[in-house]
Design a protein around this ligand. Structure first.
Ligand code: 5AD
Ligand code: SF4
Length: 405
């Protein structure tokens, strides 16, 4: 039995009450116009999907969504912590908001998402960005109306990084960015602890949505005109762990829905990608026939240090199986270059694996040390120059295989 992660309905009802209160305060504050809100999302599709629910709450509070922070009364940045570069961009962009706040004192600047779930980042915002009024972590997003109400009523800064084993808030309103190409979250969090990755620390433990809630949302999305539904989770292959519906079962339910749509899913973990799943995909009429299977490295030594839970051979066997069962499958992957202690020999094993699989496209990253992860504390003798030389070599190979269809 999976633990019950659902936020109790009474707690969501309380948030409805706060949303109403905010709406009343805002209509008194801006009697001649609708208050405006701007939300910017950094990072992965998971964050984009979270922002669609945050937008739902923002609209419920009476705001009108706009496309620039310049004239907005409420600005929210939903941040990403996966690589240092993403974090630097957030700090830079938050800095540029200061001038708007100086011009309009009543503007509320808020930050949320993975980056804010890290204590050292939240402290930095608290101490060095006094014009930011609201900061909240990933476990309390559904409480946005309560936080906005508190900022409006007290005029004090609000910080909430409450940690939990993980929660699921069902029934939140959603404002989708793209009705034809819709995101559908099926699970949250990650239990894998790949040694380079910050996600398990900022997103909490793995938990799956109830199949019924997912199917109801899928029907709603299809009725709304979706042509592609992308099922989202950090590790969709372990959907339903501890329950009697696994990921293959869920896909069969979705494939059974009627309508002119395809489904895709992100992200798969090779260690949990079963033959049963590939068999199910091969028999699914709505499957888009794309398989994103991040390998990260082609060297067994590095894979072990990364705590990925599979070997190069196991990965290649899985790829062969998928190619056999789904001959027109389009394969894509993620690669990290410059992991601590990686040698050129290790890197060449990654190149040879890429040559062997012949991906249709790849997402390639230079390793970025993340405070708190295991890899952060590993010896890293690889110089920046070396890493970027290898990265250029990888890009050249990537160019060769760029989408062939
Ligand atoms: N450094 C570089 N790339 C990373 N990724 C995750 N963490 C890091 C990191 N610390 C990459 C992985 C993952 C993708 C979403 O981001 O390749 O699959
Ligand atoms: Fe990070 Fe690994 Fe979890 Fe993906 S599976 S989110 S890379 S820890």
């Amino acid at each position: 039995m999976q633990k019950n992660f659902l936020v109790p309905k009474e707690q969501l009802d309380i948030q409805d009450e706060y949303a109403k209160k905010v709406k009343t305060i805002l209509s008194a504050r801006y009697p001649d116009r609708k208050p405006k809100a701007y939300i910017h999302t950094y990072g992965c599709q998971g964050n984009v999907s979270d922002s669609e629910r945050l937008k739902g709450l923002i609209v419920k509070m009476g705001y009108e969504l706009v496309n620039t922070p310049k004239y907005a009364d409420f600005v929210l940045y939903n941040t990403c912590a996966v690589r240092e570069h993403a974090e630097d961009r957030v700090f830079g962009n938050v800095g540029t908001l200061k001038k708007y706040k100086t011009e309009r004192r009543d503007m509320i600047i808020a930050l949320c998402g993975c980056m804010m779930q890290q204590r050292h980042v939240a402290e930095k915002i608290k101490n060095s960005y006094p014009f930011v009024s609201l900061v909240f972590g990933t476990h309390v997003s559904h409480r946005l109306p309560e936080f906005v109400n508190r900022v409006l009523c007290t005029n004090k800064r609000v910080f909430d990084f409450t940690d939990s084993d993980g929660i699921i808030a069902e029934g939140l309103p959603v404002v989708r960015g793209d009705n034809e190409n819709a995101f559908l979250p099926i699970m949250y969090g990650c239990d894998n602890f790949c040694s380079y990755c910050i996600v398990p620390y900022v997103r909490g433990r793995e938990r799956s949505r109830n199949p019924r809630d997912i199917i109801l949302e899928a029907i709603n999305i299809i009725d709304g005109g979706a042509k592609l539904i992308t099922l989202l989770g950090q590790n969709v292959n372990s959907y339903g762990k501890g329950t009697d519906t696994d990921f293959s079962d869920l896909l069969r339910l979705i494939d059974g829905l009627s309508g002119d749509f395809e489904f895709d899913f992100m992200t798969s973990h090779p260690k949990d990608c079963s033959k049963k799943l590939i068999d199910t995909l091969s028999q699914s009429s709505h499957y888009c026939r794309r398989l994103h299977l991040p390998v990260q490295s082609g060297s067994d030594r590095i894979l072990k240090l990364m705590n990925r839970g599979y070997t190069r051979d196991e990965y290649l066997t899985l790829i062969d199986y998928a190619k056999n069962k789904i001959p027109d499958v389009s394969l894509t992957t993620d690669i990290i270059v410059g992991f601590p202690s990686e040698t050129y020999e290790d890197f060449r094993k990654t190149l040879s694996l890429i040559e062997e699989v012949k991906y249709d496209s790849m997402f390639t990253f230079i390793y970025s040390p993340r405070k708190g992860t295991k890899a952060f504390y590993m010896d890293d003798h690889v110089s920046k120059e070396e890493k970027s030389k290898w990265f250029q070599e990888l890009l050249a190979v990537q160019e060769k295989y760029k989408i062939r269809r």
